[in-house]
Write a protein that binds this ligand. Structure first.
Ligand SMILES: [Zn+2]
Length: 285
């Protein structure tokens, strides 16, 4: 805590990295993931931080325009090994823009998902479920850490009303919200996974969920889940990947700001308003 005799100060990037590691430890990330610092000088001062889902050029430009010293994105820019960051490719252009503008980049991906207060935790709370447990608990971590969440609404609602609630809490995107199931069916037990969640169907079925909210549901896993459930539970609600993870940013910004303030640092933390959902419009029957 800051004492009155010790005024809050501007942290270095290395000091912010330490606080981020406490909030979203790299050890919670999946083995295939690439999290942590991407660009930046550990000694550079960080007065302002911007959070976003994707490290697209529009998001990087938003960070530059808002004079952010550090951009934290949920998705990695460089998930797989590269042999060139020349500005002739789009990822190279992003790297060049970051370095030439002095903007550091850091990724908090599946470590941000698994943490208590992670993407699925924030999503299920925003839908009205206060107490939830992970669908797939983390191998190394404290109880409550892991991928996905499942828990119960205070009272049963119809699938149609619940879908309206999902639509209402998420940012507006072209693809909207797709639902599989009887709109009049009553549901109470809710499973969610922020981002692509069709690898968790076994866990969702085992959890006894009435409905599963996730993103990027492909034809075959969704079709087979409906067949296995004989057209019944779990009903499916397919949302935008970007939208399902964007909700986390506000909570993460609040958490990071509080942790930095408690460490005696003065930093502004904000969420980018750039919509990085890749879809622009949709045709429906
Ligand atoms: Zn994602």
């Amino acid at each position: 805590m800051t004492s009155p005799a010790e005024p809050s100060r501007t942290p270095t990037l290395a000091q912010v990295w330490e606080v981020v590691e406490e909030l979203w430890p790299a050890s919670l990330a999946e083995g295939w993931d690439a999290v942590g610092p991407v660009t930046g000088d550990p000694e550079q001062p960080v007065r302002s931080i911007l959070l976003a889902v994707d490290p697209t050029m529009a998001v990087v430009q938003d960070a530059v325009d808002s004079a952010a010293d550090l951009l934290i994105t949920h998705h990695p820019l460089l998930l797989r090994g590269v042999h060139s960051v020349a500005a002739s490719g789009f990822k190279g252009r992003v790297i060049h823009r970051l370095i030439s503008s002095g903007t550091a980049l850091l990724t908090a991906h599946t470590n941000g998902d698994s943490a208590i207060g992670g993407t699925s935790d924030v999503l299920i709370r925003s839908l009205g479920v206060e107490d939830s447990v992970p669908l797939a608990p983390a191998d190394s971590g404290v109880p409550g850490e892991g991928i996905g969440r499942v828990g119960e609404l205070p009272r049963a609602v119809t699938l149609a009303d619940f879908a309206e609630r999902v639509f209402g809490v998420l940012p507006s995107v072209a693809g909207g919200v797709r639902v599989a199931g009887d709109p009049t069916a009553l549901i109470r037990r809710v499973a969610v996974c922020g981002g692509a969640g069709d690898s968790l169907f076994d866990e969702v079925r085992a959890s006894g969920a009435d409905v599963y909210v996730t993103a990027d549901l492909r034809h075959h896993p969704a079709s087979e889940a409906r067949e296995a459930g004989d057209g019944g539970r779990p009903y499916l609600i397919d949302v935008s990947h970007f939208a399902s993870e964007w909700l986390w940013l506000g909570a993460a910004a609040g958490l990071l700001h509080r942790a930095l303030t408690e460490s005696g640092f003065q930093v502004e933390v904000a969420v980018s308003g750039v919509n990085s959902d890749p879809w622009d419009f949709i045709l429906t029957p």
